[in-house]
Design a binder for this molecule. Structure first.
Ligand code: FAD
Ligand code: SIN
Length: 533
């Protein structure tokens, strides 16, 4: 298998990149399941862009940095917010239809941490609209192949092929498991791009779909790339509390339109935590809910938008309204039971805004990357935006990289590991999956302590030994690949959290309850072979 650009991941970041590269390169885009199964597809709120006449780039940048709690890179923030209007215009040119007001201009939503209405949306299914239009556009290019059921297992670097390879290490492609055939294919590429999205599945409760197992972060780490800020896992405050709902998200836009958080007794509580109440930054709201639930032994709190009336609710939030009805909740009549769940990885593969990582020939774009935009806590609806801006910059970098004269890439040797089968394997893998996700939820959640983090580290290290043994001895399956990756990502989160002896943004520890700018106003960077904590 050979291509110019190997794009691992077909969400907003990977597809936008592919479309922009199609005129000058052969592009293969891999999706590990169906092409619509991405975090992008499930995005509800929208894309932030300062397009209203009374809004400004300065205000969008200020809100982004306030949410990021002192850790955003101001240059990156400035570049992203200034490019936002172009990015959304381009989406419109590609066929994306955002909801419009009576004057035909985009209807702008409001979400937590934003001081203005600035979120372009397609009702409450923005991600679906974007994913479908991008897939249509990609399939119109003969030079783009979008391949389903292909799971990248490992990146291949020159040093892995030949430990004596001269010069700095560089990525040559990846080993990819073809789910249908059960075979591992070596893919050779002049540039490899990680666009694998988030890692919500590391936690027991998450808004993310099953594909979000942090594969790109784990693969990059094994290939020697720098990984940054993994302690900053964002918990979305309001996922539907229902045994069959799989933490279905109830968009922050519901609070933006007046939704009130209440205790089970009906009492509102957010004013006690922040002057912006329900529209405080997400870390504040999630911690407040967590605190109230623990203090009262409550299983959930309530999100109440009944006062806006059926016509408004069903018109503005048709998808959420229908979904809640299917679980027996009528949003126009019933306050919804909601709980926080893991939602977004602010950290990831350390990358410049053009996707360049610390490994040659390897780019990272979208949620899997960490650029400095989000700092310690992402501002709502800045993620789809970051993916668009990064994909644009990365496509220009890819054109330059392909234009450089390079020695022909060495071929990639075939995959060799054990080929034994074991009837216990499935049981052990699914047990270990459950165990990682449960202890991450219990010990590495919204509120942390060093003691709980060390306990989690101990557990993950033991599990990793067991997983590695399976990995080398037995036939590789998709579940085993993902288990290995969630264990690696769990370890990265725990080690990063142990290093940060302060509370900032999404990292809140009872042992160091205050922010400490003198010692910790910097990124946490991990590299293979380093011990943390
Ligand atoms: P994704 O869209 O997640 O795509 C990842 C791709 O990588 C998939 O194709 C997957 O199959 C593939 N992949 C993963 N691992 C492998 C592998 N090993 N091999 C091959 N392929 C692989 N952000 C906003 O800005 N606004 C919102 O309104 C918003 N709402 C959200 C609502 C929900 C419910 C969720 C879960 C997230 C929301 N977010 C929102 C966050 C945002 O959707 C994501 O951060 C963004 O879509 C990530 O895009 P991506 O292209 O980086 O990754
Ligand atoms: C939401 O609609 O609440 C999600 C927005 C986001 O994660 O940016």
């Amino acid at each position: 298998m050979e291509t110019d650009l190997l794009v691992i991941g077909g969400g907003i970041a990977g597809l936008t990149f592919a479309i922009k590269c199609a005129p000058f390169a052969r592009v293969a885009v891999l999706s590990k399941r169906e092409r619509t199964e991405t975090n992008t597809f499930y995005a509800q709120g929208g894309v932030a862009a300062a397009v209203a006449p009374d809004d400004s780039f300065e205000s969008h940048a200020r809100d982004t940095m306030a949410a990021g709690d002192g850790l955003c890179d101001p240059a990156v923030v400035g570049e992203v917010v200034r490019d936002a209007p172009r990015a959304v215009r381009e989406l419109e040119e590609w066929g994306v239809r955002f909801s419009a007001g009576p004057d035909g201009r985009p209807a702008l939503g409001r979400e937590g941490g934003h001081s203005a209405r600035r979120v372009l949306h397609a009702a409450d299914a923005t991600g679906r609209e974007i994913q479908e239009r991008l897939l249509e556009r990609a399939s119109a290019h003969a030079s783009i192949r979008v391949l389903e059921d292909k799971i990248a297992v490992n990146l291949v670097t020159a040093r892995k092929v030949d430990p004596a390879a001269p010069g700095p290490d560089r990525c040559l492609g990846a080993y990819v498991l073809d789910r249908a055939g059960g075979r591992i294919e070596p893919w050779r590429a002049r540039v490899t791009v990680l666009a694998t999205g988030g890692a919500g599945k590391v936690y027991l409760y998450t808004s993310n779909p099953d594909v979000a197992t942090g594969d790109g972060i784990a693969m990059a780490f094994r290939a020697g790339a720098e990984i940054a800020n993994m302690e900053f896992i964002q918990f979305h405050p309001t996922c539907l509390y229902h045994p069959q709902a799989k933490s279905f998200l109830v968009s922050e836009a519901v609070r933006g339109e007046g939704g009130v958080l209440r205790l089970p007794s009906g009492e509102p509580f957010m004013r006690r935590y922040h002057p912006d109440a329900e529209l405080a930054p997400r870390d504040v709201v999630a911690r407040a809910i967590d605190n109230e639930m623990k203090a009262r032994g409550a299983a959930h709190v309530l999100l109440d938008i009944t006062h806006r009336g059926r016509e408004f609710i069903a018109g503005r939030f048709p998808n959420i309204y229908e979904k809640c009805l299917s679980f027996g909740y009528d949003m126009a009549r019933d306050p919804l039971p909601v709980v926080p769940a893991a939602h977004y990885a602010c950290g990831g593969v350390r990358a410049a805004l053009d996707g360049r990582t610390s490994v040659g020939g390897l780019l990272a774009v979208g949620e899997t990357a960490c650029t400095g935009l989000h700092g310690a806590n992402r501002l709502a609806s800045n993620s789809l935006l970051e993916s668009l801006v990064m994909a644009d910059r990365a496509a220009r970098l890819a054109r330059d990289l392909l234009g450089e004269r390079a020695a022909p890439a060495p071929s990639i040797p075939p995959w060799t590991t054990g080929n034994a089968r074991d009837s216990d394997e499935m049981v052990v893998v699914s047990h270990n999956w459950d165990e990682v996700r449960r202890f991450m939820w219990d010990y590495v959640g919204i509120v942390r302590t060093d003691k709980r983090l060390r306990r989690a580290l101990n557990r993950v290290e033991n599990l990793q030994r067991e997983i590695l043994q399976y990995y080398w001895d037995f036939i590789i399956t998709a579940d085993l690949v993902e288990l290995r990756n969630i264990a690696t990502v769990a370890e990265l989160i725990i080690r990063s959290a142990l290093r940060r002896k302060e509370s900032r943004g999404l990292h809140h520890t009872l042992d160091y309850p205050r922010r400490d700018d003198a010692r910790f106003r910097r990124d946490t960077v991990l590299m293979p072979g380093e011990e943390g904590g």
